[in-house]
Design a protein around this ligand. Structure first.
Ligand SMILES: CC(C)(COP(=O)(O)OP(=O)(O)OC[C@H]1O[C@@H](n2cnc3c(N)ncnc32)[C@H](O)[C@@H]1OP(=O)(O)O)[C@@H](O)C(=O)NCCC(=O)NCCS
Length: 133
C-alpha cells in the first residue's frame, strides 16, 4: 500500500528515486554536496512510500502565502500511472492552500499537468547559471 509523508527525506532516500527516473539525468545526483543542498533548500517535500521504500518525491519551494514552486516531481519508473503524482500534488497543495502552484514540466510530462487540472501559462523565462545578465 502506498503511504504519504510530509517532511524532509534523506539524500540517500531521494537519490534512489531520482536515479530511477528520467529526472535524475537533469538533477545533480552525482554531486553529493549540490544534491544535498538541493534537498535542504526546499521547504516543502511530500514523498510517497511503498512500505519502507520511497517511490516518489514532490519537492517544492514555498512562501506559504502566495506561491509554491514545484521544483521536481520525481517517481520511480515502475510506479508511474497509478495516481501517485496527482496525489502528491494534491497533498502539496493541502499544505499550502493559499498559494498557487507553479512548475515547469519536463518534456515527457508537458501534457500531464493540463490533464490533472493545471492551466498552461504562455510565458516562461529562465536564466541559466552560465548565461550573462
Ligand atoms: C509525469 C509523472 C510525474 C506523472 O505522475 P504519475 O503518478 O505517473 O501520473 P498519475 O498516475 O497521477 O496520472 C494522472 C493522469 O495523467 C496521465 N498521465 C500520466 N503521465 C502522463 C504523461 N507523462 N503525459 C500525459 N498524461 C500522463 C495518466 O494516464 C492519468 O490519466 P487518467 O486519469 O486518464 O488515467 C510521472 O510519470 C513521472 O515522474 N515521470 C518521470 C519523471 C518526470 O518526467 N517528471 C516530471 C517532472 S515535471
Amino acid at each position: 500500500m502506498i503511504t504519504y509523508r510530509v517532511g524532509e527525506v534523506s539524500g540517500e532516500e531521494a537519490r534512489e528515486v531520482y536515479r530511477d527516473c528520467t529526472l535524475g539525468k537533469r538533477r545533480p545526483t552525482e554531486d553529493d554536496q549540490r544534491f544535498t543542498q538541493m534537498l535542504r533548500g526546499a521547504n516543502l517535500i511530500v514523498s510517497a512510500w511503498d512500505d519502507d521504500r520511497i517511490v516518489s518525491v514532490a519537492r517544492s519551494l514555498t512562501d506559504r502565502s502566495y506561491v509554491t514552486y514545484v521544483a521536481d516531481l520525481s517517481m520511480c519508473d515502475s510506479y508511474q500511472k497509478q495516481g501517485i503524482g496527482r496525489e502528491l500534488l494534491r497533498r502539496t497543495r493541502m499544505e499550502v492552500p493559499q498559494t498557487q502552484l507553479v512548475l515547469f514540466a519536463a518534456s515527457q510530462a508537458v501534457d500531464y499537468y493540463g490533464k490533472i487540472g493545471f492551466t498552461r501559462h504562455p510565458s516562461r523565462w529562465t536564466l541559466q547559471p552560465d548565461q550573462p545578465l
